[in-house]
Design a protein around this ligand. Structure first.
Ligand code: CTP
Length: 477
């Protein structure tokens, strides 16, 4: 018995297949991951039917439970339903060909092998029979099983044909190679470079799904290197591609910012599965090419790259179809602040600098520290250790100050409303001036983060601005 079809669902499908005198096979990711002994987190099962996939989906669902809702995508000839933990998709075996300027295939009914041929990679074209007479038999006309053993990504047909049928497959090749730790077979890789331009006809939404999967790999750098080498990166993410290379003047070189960013991404991937923290690692130096300067006296500099970088994020997110929401703002914030702990660690650390950092980073302070630690890519072990020790001091200081002053979720102890009521004024500029004065005094340690001290300062500041208190009741006490 083939262990890949041990689950009860395959027996049920097989019974329906037999009753309907049709043929069906489990194919694609389920078979690949099972043969690799790899946990298939989503439990997606793809069934290819020699005949009508939609009918078989309906009949199978009905046999399990007549209440199961089957979603039919008539245009694609597919149908799917969810049951237990599974998401099971049925498709009629197809023979497809594509017109050059379009992703819309011309589809005809086909044999199992026709269907396997039109799939992206040999390792994704493996099928297992669910038919009674051949139940459990592996059908592998393109050597997918060998490629699994040899850890190779290869297309079943000539790669030029497979990629021009659906150019997203070029990025999928890179994604699978990165996820599985495989290499892309030479001819297949050459076809990536030859067909890179065709990626332009693929929607950014589909591309970003694959890029995010690369980012979530345990060592994402390999994927970005392949994208760069094939020329795909320059098309889909020019800002990142633009970071590569080293310039030399007077015998002085700066580091390759592309490779450095990938190293930081790999480092952070060891620490977190937070995809946005991983994005922040990839993008933290994105403005270095824009801010690069050379001076005889001081060498290479990238002044303000953190600020310019944070300003570039919304545009990058918009183009890549990443969400324009709090995740984007989080990435912006981390890019903007990524030098602050380093600067702090190199100076005499004042409490007020620590308070300001806590205030600006808020709850993201721990993520910021992880990013800064990942940013240490020096090959000089002594220097690396020194940096890490300094960061440990910064962390300790952050903890001490937070415990004492609770700045992380700073809520002004005197609110705008209290200022308005105390002086009998309308909302406006003066309210803002007083609020900022209170905040700065707290962050600079001039007054404690408490209501009474803040209120006293409010009265003093108000008087300086020509205001007289009309309401001397102290609402906060
Ligand atoms: N497929 C393809 N070309 C694509 C997308 C998918 O040939 N552009 C085929 C492959 O046979 C693939 C199957 O459809 O195995 C299912 O696709 P998908 O669910 O995207 O990938 P999985 O292989 O299941 O892998 P993962 O779950 O990791 O995405």
């Amino acid at each position: 018995m083939n262990i890949c079809i041990n689950d009860k669902i395959f027996g049920i499908i097989s019974d329906v297949v037999s009753a309907e005198s049709t043929e069906a096979y489990v194919i694609g990711g389920w078979v690949r991951d099972c043969l690799l002994n790899r946990e298939h987190s989503e439990k997606d099962i793809d069934i290819v039917v020699i005949g009508n996939g939609i009918e078989l989906a309906r009949k199978t669902a009905k046999k399990i439970n007549p209440d199961i809702r089957v979603s039919v995508f008539r245009n694609f000839g597919t149908a799917m339903f969810r049951w237990a933990n599974y998401e099971i998709e049925f498709v009629g075996a197809r023979k497809e060909s594509y017109r050059p300027a379009s992703r819309k295939p011309v589809v005809e009914n086909g044999s199992l092998e026709d269907d396997q041929k039109r799939r992206d990679f040999t390792i994704n074209a493996l099928a297992i029979s669910l038919n009674k007479d051949t139940y459990g038999e592996l059908l592998d006309p393109f050597g997918g099983r060998d490629d699994l053993r040899r850890k190779i990504i290869r297309t079943p047909l000539d790669p030029g044909v497979t990629f021009s049928d659906d150019p997203l497959r070029m990025i999928r090749a890179v994604r699978f190679a990165t996820q599985l730790g495989f290499s892309i077979e030479k001819k297949t890789f050459e076809a990536l470079a030859e067909n890179a331009g065709r990626i332009r006809i693929v929607s950014p939404e589909r591309i970003i799904t694959e890029i995010n999967k690369i980012i979530m790999c345990s060592k994402p750098s390999g994927g970005f290197r392949m994208l760069e080498k094939s020329g795909l990166l320059a098309i889909i993410f020019p800002e990142l591609d633009n970071m590569k290379g080293v310039e030399r003047k007077d015998g002085r070189a700066h580091k390759d910012n592309f490779l450095h960013s990938l190293e930081v991404l790999d480092n952070i991937a060891l620490e977190t599965d937070n995809i946005w923290l991983r994005w922040a690692a990839l993008l933290h130096d994105i403005a270095k090419p824009l801010t690069k300067k050379y001076s005889r006296e001081t060498g290479w500099s990238f002044h303000g790259h953190e600020f310019r970088g944070s300003k570039m994020i919304p545009d990058i997110f918009r183009k890549l179809k990443l969400p324009l929401n709090e995740h984007m703002r989080y990435v912006q914030k981390l890019v903007d602040l990524h030098l602050r702990p380093i600067v702090l660690s190199q100076e005499e650390i004042t409490d007020s600098a620590i308070r300001r950092l806590l205030f600006e980073a808020g709850d993201d302070i721990d993520d910021l520290m992880l990013l800064c630690e990942a940013d240490i890519t020096s090959k000089n072990e002594k220097r690396k250790i020194r940096h890490l020790e300094n960061f440990a001091i910064v962390r300790e200081k952050l903890r001490e100050i937070e415990e004492k002053d609770a700045i992380r979720n700073f809520q002004p102890p005197v609110k705008g409303e209290e200022i308005i009521n105390t002086f009998g004024i309308r909302p406006g500029k003066k309210v803002g001036v007083i609020k900022n004065a209170i905040r700065d005094a707290i962050l600079d340690g001039i007054i404690p983060n408490e209501h009474r001290a803040a209120r006293d300062l409010m009265i003093k500041k108000g008087r300086e601005l020509g205001l007289t208190p009309v309401d001397t009741n102290d609402p906060g006490t």
